[in-house]
Design a protein around this ligand. Sequence first.
Ligand SMILES: [Ca+2]
Length: 479
Amino acid sequence: MRLLLFLSSFVLLHSSFAAKPRPNILFILTDDQGWATLGCYGSKKVPTPNLDRLAGEGVRFTDAYVMPQCTPTRAALLTGQHTARNGMWHVIPWYGLPWARMQEPAFREQLPREWPTLPKLLRKAGYRTGMAGKWHLTSGADGDYVQLRAGDAHGFDFVAPRGPGTQNEGDKWVDHLTDSAIGFIRERREKPWFFYLAHHTLHGVVSAPPDLVKKHRAAGAPESGMFNATYLAAIEHLDTSIGRLMAALDETKQRENTIVVFLSDNGGLDTNYNTTTSGQLEIKTQEFDNVPLRSGKGSPYEGGIRVPCLLRWPASVKAGQTCSTPVHVTDWMPTLLAAAESDADTPVCDGLNLLPLLRGETLPQRPLYFHMPLYDLRWAATPCAVIREGDWKLIEHFGDSFDANLRYQPGRKLELFNLRDDLSESRDLSTTEKARAEAMSDKLHAWLKSIPAPIPAENPHFDANRQFEETKTKQAWNR
Ligand SMILES: [Ca+2]
């Protein structure tokens, strides 16, 4: 009896001094979802009440940046490193333009299993980790999707099985992946948890439940093309799934101390192109206009790299905030490790812990950088890099680019925009503000050199007749 009393007083004492429980983390990453697809970012095309509510209950980031395609953003998110450092700036598996004017440096095609990643470090900090959905960080043996065998190696205790059929039909597994996440959320456990819910929607082929498509057709949306019924239905269906996730957090009384992050992996697919041998791009498909942002997926313009981003953490973060400080995808690793009170040795990390910002403090001034030394003509992308500093943004095309009429132009080109006055990047100020443009270019190059990141040089294999020819076969000089 005495022992029991002693034990219970010890437990009481201990619990009264125990630190606040560490937060759970639900990280929702959608695919190719543009900045302008949410009501809270100004969309009038389709209501997104659940995402808008999430924004109202937490923080809405107006200037959240990622890389313009799938693999680079996912690599930066899970390693906390710029693609310039981790080498994963290209979507995998391999393809390229080996005879183009500039030579694309060799890129990394597999996320190494031995690298420290966000899930691995959270697991080390005592978290139970799970994921569902798109991986796209390894190809070949590990597959395009992280399967159970690879999940553990990359830091996940649990990996949801694939959904029915393929991810390009039905609702693109939105319900299946959401159910997997809800199952994980509902598990009773002592440990805090991290769940990475990586949706395939709204990546092409866009697909949505037929009844919802019918509803948007009946409301006047076209069957195909810009703002088509399927696209709007897919946005609505995703939004509904967010509501289901939030309800599961409420029901399990985990709402208060769960950090929910909602982010898209790159800008919306605005327009994609077919190339002709003459270097004139032709429009292939258009599904959603990223206006007021310029261009979309794959592009260094804001439509390619600025995405919707929301965070809710009722226990620690004041509701109803709008944050206009530019934040970068590499920031999530240090932010979430800090929230998890991880004391693991932090690997080389390019991001900043955003928790002070969420408490209303200001972050140290810093430029944001993006290295995209690749060709991808589907998005009119040529090798370039970007620096954003305050309101100013410089794009440096290293050796060629496409002009506003979608015609190929050889030669280095700088484009300078003031995003405060010109969110749509319609006025290039690189000639009127020449000194500023060159100074920003110098800073960008100094940063690339400090990494050190390879900068594309003129291609010794340049072939004017084949320069726009895309191949999935690696040439000897790419190895
Ligand atoms: Ca994507």
